[in-house]
Design a protein around this ligand. Structure first.
Ligand code: HEM
Length: 480
């Protein structure tokens, strides 16, 4: 795609090296003369931002590992020591912890970009699949990393997730024990989690190299989703993409810095400042924000499906939600790549994005909580009135707790009434659980039904023949 090399070594040293290891030629052809579509928008800067995030996590992680102690007796205190005593330890620790969130923020924008502009479609299937592999590895790495400070959420999060593995029939339990190095989360678990947390980012690095290699073979997609046809459609990577990437990175870094310097704990959970204690379960166990949508999908399956019990069903749904991304290139049947020209796909995509946010919200809520409640909880109490006849009184309150308090208060104020309370009548409630179930259904329907069917039935808008034409059309429309 990048065409014949345009690198021309000038100095003697460059010529000498080029004849032995053409590494400058590789860098030049990949990041200087590389032809990029001329219509790329700022969504195409997130690949560079992600590369920056990955390197930052690796560098800060290596420094943290110099001071961190992977033992259940010292892990929590060693992180505190890094934050308080190690020179600039607070900065390194904040960058690493906030950096994980920033990494996921960037990867989600990168993935939604790919979805909207059809970057997963031929000939970029392998590029997309490698991205999915990176995403899976990121989830694993983040989960392992979160256990390391050995706070309450670290310990209990690890307990919940390893228990999930145990739900897999036959092999689940042995794998769980093998991973934990025993029968519960303990010192051996922390040791192996630390070891794997150190290893996986380098695996991500390796897969990222393949990802970018695949990108350079197929060439970049673009907002119009049409292939590069002539030199008119492209501009050289440097200075155009380089400057745009650097500007976007600077803006991203400003936001990153606001979190690091002003609210480093805003994205975490307060309970992780309590040392992990196997004897005290926190009132709520929630993962980090970036895993909440998948946690909501896991909890949405509260019913058995034939021989599959609800627990295993939840695990299948959760992994299925990621697995479906791998086969996406073959699910979307549309001949038009970019949703810019697909009016119906755009609408369903918008609902999909909202559904993902809503799933994230559900993941952080108590499943029994009402999203919508029509009316109040009520209870009829029959009692003996002052004249000896039987009378009734109806109590109503927004929550069962408030109702019980109201009834008890009345009974205490009227000791002789000897009231008999009927069963509590519940109002119609639309719970977080039901909401998550509907959203989960939409999540899967989007990939398995909407995209395959829509691709065959939708009439797209007229797609420009070339990228150059798409740009000219855009500027003509802007001028009008
Ligand atoms: C460590 C994480 C990742 C890094 C460093 C990374 C890096 C990059 C870079 C540098 C590009 C080219 C610039 C751009 O299009 O923004 C790119 C493109 C792309 N990435 Fe990633 N990526 C990562 C994760 C992912 C994930 C998780 C997916 C999807 C599941 C993905 C899918 C894609 C696709 C489809 C393209 C081609 C986009 C196009 O040309 O339209 N990447 N990536």
């Amino acid at each position: 795609m990048s065409g014949p090399s345009t690198y021309d070594p000038k100095t003697g040293i460059e010529k000498w090296l080029d004849a032995r290891l053409p590494i400058i030629r590789l860098a030049h052809d990949s990041f200087v003369s590389y032809p990029t579509p001329r219509n790329l928008n700022y969504f195409w800067t997130f690949g560079a931002i992600l590369t920056f995030c990955l390197v930052t996590q690796i560098v800060t992680g290596i420094v943290l590992a110099m001071h961190y102690v992977p033992s259940i007796d010292h892990a929590f205190a060693s992180v505190q020591r890094i934050e308080r005593d190690v020179p600039y330890g607070w900065l390194i620790q904040n960058i690493h912890a906030v950096g994980a969130s920033m990494f996921f923020l960037a990867v989600y924008i990168h993935m939604f970009r790919g979805l909207y502009y059809g970057s997963y479609k031929a000939p970029r299937e392998v590029l997309w699949i490698l991205g999915c592999v990176i995403y899976l590895l990121m989830v694993g790495t983040a989960f392992l990393g979160y256990t390391l400070p050995w706070g309450q959420m670290s310990f209990w999060g690890a307990t919940v997730i390893t228990n999930i593995l145990g739900a897999v029939p036959v092999v689940g339990e042995p794998i769980k024990q093998w991973l934990m190095g025993g029968f519960s989360i303990d010192n051996p678990t922390l040791n192996r989690f630390f070891s794997l947390h150190y290893l996986l980012p380098f695996v991500i690095f390796g897969v990222t190299i393949l990802h970018v290699w695949a990108l350079h073979v197929s060439g970049q997609n673009n907002p119009a989703g049409v292939d590069v046809k002539s030199a008119d459609d492209t501009v050289p990577f440097t200075p155009y993409a380089t400057v745009k990437d650097l500007f976007a990175l600077a803006v991203f870094l400003l936001m990153f810095a606001v979190f690091v310097f002003y609210m480093p704990d805003a994205l975490g959970h307060a309970d992780n400042y309590i040392p992990g204690n196997p004897l005290v379960t926190p009132p709520e166990i929630v993962p980090e924000w970036y895993l909440l949508p998948f946690y909501a999908i896991l909890r949405a399956i509260t019913f058995n499906i034939g021989p599959i019990d609800s627990k295993l069903g939840g695990v299948i749904a959760m992994f299925g939600a990621i697995a479906v991304l791998f086969v996406l290139p073959w699910l979307d049947t549309s001949k038009v790549r970019s949703m810019r020209y697909r009016p119906w796909a755009q609408r369903f995509f918008l609902v999909f994005v909202v559904a993902c946010f809503a799933l994230g919200w559900c993941g952080g809520q108590n499943p029994a909580k009402a999203v919508y409640q029509a009316g109040d909880y009520s209870q009829v109490v029959t009692y003996k009135a002052a004249d000896g006849t039987e009378a009734t009184r109806t109590f109503a309150a927004h929550t069962p707790e408030e109702l019980a308090i109201a009834v008890r208060a009345w009974e205490q104020d009227n000791p002789g009434a000897e009231g008999k309370a009927a069963a509590v009548v519940e109002p119609f409630k639309f719970t977080v659980e039901t909401f998550s179930q509907l959203l989960t259904a939409y999540y899967f329907a989007f990939f398995l039904i909407i995209l395959p069917v829509l691709g065959l039935r939708e009439t797209p808008r007229r797609v420009p023949d070339t990228i150059a034409k798409a740009v000219l059309d855009g500027s003509k429309a802007a001028a009008e």
